[in-house]
Design a binder for this molecule. Structure first.
Ligand SMILES: N[C@@H](CCC(=O)N[C@@H](CS)C(=O)NCC(=O)O)C(=O)O
Length: 368
């Protein structure tokens, strides 16, 4: 599951999710209507408060919102989980993340006005009943108030969440999303707007002096760059990076091929067309990438005509590295019509359990 900032276009999605989640407790229509205004957020609200959305294989499955409410005190404005996912751990992951955000902001406590049905959840997160407060939606209704002390215990510092800095349209960044989904690992996604120069700041240079995404923050303040290196780090010990010496070398062989002979043609042509809109000044450059891209696709085609995957006839991180830009090669002007084995392999990858599509959407409402 990925935690990320919301997109400006998601205000209605989050508002509807909150109301569905509220309805889970069995409230009637009239009650829910009375709550509607309080559970409706605008794009402006999303950029003003600190929202985080939980996304599971491309679907929004929950979110939380924080707002500063006093010196060293933050209020949990909202925490809602899609009804079908209640009880599956989404709320726990959101809550822990919210507490860590409070810690990072230097807050001492998180205050929560909770729904009475959610009492067990807040107590389990470390909450203490500290009083009650009148509901903002229904006059006369009083809701319990909880306070969670922000400390080592409530923020569970022993297991930090991975954080990935990337761009939702970038294949190199998508490689990391795909592997994290294959290995079912929760992480936080921080959208980096490369077109606005976000990789060219001194802060970014301290994470990756080569000024490129993706970057993995594998522990607080510890960074790893280069997409394929990140894949190796994350896949170690999983079925997607076999122990066998030759298999590992073959994976590297395909990943070096990807970086030297495939990505510079297919990804760069796609960048010129998709990000830059194929300006006349870059047309010659775009055209010059086409023969090399087709040569790389031909090499893949000949291999995949004989094997279902690149190494050991099973999916590995070599497939992830090559899938990232091949499945969107048409966006760089590459027609895959002449590469039937490559097309079959693409659909094979897309049918794997825990596949996640490339997000391919504009950046978030806030970088908060
Ligand atoms: N070899 C690097 C390439 C990374 C790369 O080219 N990232 C692009 C986005 S796909 C980037 O950060 N571009 C911004 C820039 O160069 O200013 C990897 O595999 O991670």
């Amino acid at each position: 599951m990925m935690l990320r900032a919301p997109r400006a276009s998601e205000a209605a999605t989050l508002s509807a999710l909150a109301l569905r989640s509220k309805a889970y407790w069995g409230y009637d229509r009239e009650f829910l209507e009375a709550c509607r205004a309080e559970l409706t957020w605008t794009a402006f609200d999303l950029s003003e408060n600190q929202f985080r959305v939980a996304e599971h294989r491309g679907d929004v499955c929950g979110f939380y919102a924080l707002s500063a409410s006093g010196p060293a005190e933050i209020e949990l404005e909202a925490l809602f989980v899609e009804p079908g996912r209640i009880g599956t751990g989404v709320g726990r992951v959101l809550m822990l993340h919210a507490l860590r955000q409070c810690a990072a902001a230097g807050a001492r406590r998180l205050v929560i006005q909770g729904d009475p049905h959610a009492e067990r959840f807040y107590l389990r997160a470390g909450g203490e009943r500290v009083g009650e407060r009148e509901s903002g939606s229904i006059p006369g209704r009083v809701l319990p108030l909880y306070s969670i002390t922000i400390d080592k215990h409530s923020t569970d510092e022993t297991t930090p969440m991975l954080r990935v800095y990337g761009d939702g349209r970038s294949g190199n960044c998508y490689k990391i999303q795909l592997l994290l989904s294959w290995i079912d690992t929760d992480y936080e996604w921080v959208e980096v707007d490369i077109m606005a120069g976000a990789t060219r700041t001194p802060e970014f240079a301290s994470m990756n002096s080569n000024a490129k995404i993706p970057v993995l923050e594998y522990a607080p303040g510890k960074f790893l760059a280069e997409s394929n290196a990140i894949l190796h780090y994350l896949a170690d010990g999983t079925e997607f990076l076999p122990e066998d010496r030759l298999a590992r070398a073959e994976i590297l062989q395909w990943q070096f091929f990807e970086q030297y002979s495939h990505e510079p043609c297919i990804a760069v042509a796609r960048f010129i067309a998709k990000y830059l809109g194929l300006p006349e000044a870059r047309r010659a450059d775009y055209e010059s990438r086409q023969p090399g891209g087709h040569k790389a696709l031909g090499i893949m085609e000949r291999h995949l005509a004989r094997a279902p995957y690149f190494v050991n006839r099973v999916p590995t991180i070599a497939d992830i590295s090559l899938f990232a830009y091949t499945h969107v090669a048409h966006e760089g002007g590459f027609d895959l019509g002449g590469y039937p084995a490559v097309r079959d392999w693409i659909s094979r990858i897309q049918r794997l359990p825990r596949h996640v599509p490339m997000a391919d959407v504009p950046g978030p409402a806030s970088a908060g």
